[in-house]
Design a protein. Structure first.
Length: 290
């Protein structure tokens, strides 16, 4: 190993360790903090739990400021806004959900569910089934859709994570490693933080793929706001999907998967045309040289 790389590697490991420690520490005790600070002993209501998201939001912001201070970076320089390609973000988002849909075929149970969903909506189009609000959305939603949940999940979380993983960690890795390796390592670090109870399941595959897309988006646009936007939309879309019944969610995935296939087909055709044009342009030059 090059001795020049030892210091930056140590910095990356140290920063990641600090970030992970604070996130896990706060995540473990945030419910207790919310209970003792916001719970009303005379009331059995569990509304205090929503304040846990508020505490997490504040904690993430403080962690980010600490890391920026350690890196000797100013927030105003890191978070400068500039225009970016929104079409690329939508395209990457479509590919992410198409990938999630494809991996669902790994399980036979999911394949049966997809078949049943297609059958359900086909019958709905024929007028054999009535589609109403209760048909599309769950009657009981297991997530808190309060202001603090939205603040943490859809706004603060993505911003802090993108600034840390893409703007800090990835940029440091890119200075000592090839871009492809840097993207892969950043994706692994991003996914590993989201492993719950140290158990590995299919979600880790989704997160790895998402981590790659987020880092690719940042590298392609050279704009952290592009990856932030992709992350925000992904988290928001995930929240909506969790409110849908299975048949509705599968229909949405099918539509996205179809769009992804169309986009992929168009991209392949464009690539083949460009390749053919390049070969045609190269042939006259080779003929002249002969």
């Amino acid at each position: 190993m090059d001795k020049k790389n030892i210091k930056p590697i140590f910095e990356i490991v140290s920063l990641y360790a600090v970030f992970v420690f604070f996130v896990y520490f706060v995540g473990k005790y945030v419910s207790y903090i919310a209970y003792y600070v916001f719970a009303d002993p005379s009331n059995r209501s569990e509304t205090y739990k929503s304040y846990a998201y508020f505490i997490m939001s504040i904690s993430l912001c403080l962690i980010l400021l600490l890391i920026l201070c350690l890196c000797k970076l100013k927030l105003k320089d890191v978070i400068k806004f500039s225009k970016f390609n929104m079409r690329l973000i939508i395209k990457l988002l479509i590919f992410q959900y198409a990938f999630m849909f494809i991996t669902a075929f790994i399980s036979w149970n999911n394949l049966v569910s997809i078949f049943n969903a297609v059958k359900f909506w086909f019958e709905a189009l024929q007028g054999k089934r009535i589609v109403i609000y209760q048909t599309i959305f769950k009657s009981q939603i297991n997530i808190d859709l309060g202001v603090f949940f939205i603040l943490y999940t859809i706004i603060v979380g993505p911003i802090v994570e993108e600034l840390f993983y893409r703007e800090i960690i990835y940029n440091k890795l890119k200075k000592i490693l090839p871009i492809k390796f840097s993207i892969g390592i950043t994706a692994v670090l991003y996914a590993s933080l989201h492993i719950r109870d140290f158990t590995i399941n299919i979600d880790i595959v989704y997160l790895l793929f998402l981590g790659i897309l987020l880092t690719y988006c940042y590298e392609k646009t050279e704009n952290v706001w592009a990856s932030i936007s992709l992350h925000v939309i992904y988290n928001g879309f995930n929240t909506i999907i969790k409110c849908l019944k299975q048949n509705s969610a599968i229909l949405l995935y099918l539509v996205i998967f179809t769009i992804a296939l169309i986009i992929l087909t168009i991209d392949i055709i464009k690539y083949l045309k460009r390749r053919k044009q390049n070969e045609v342009q190269a042939n006259p030059i080779s003929d002249v040289q002969e």
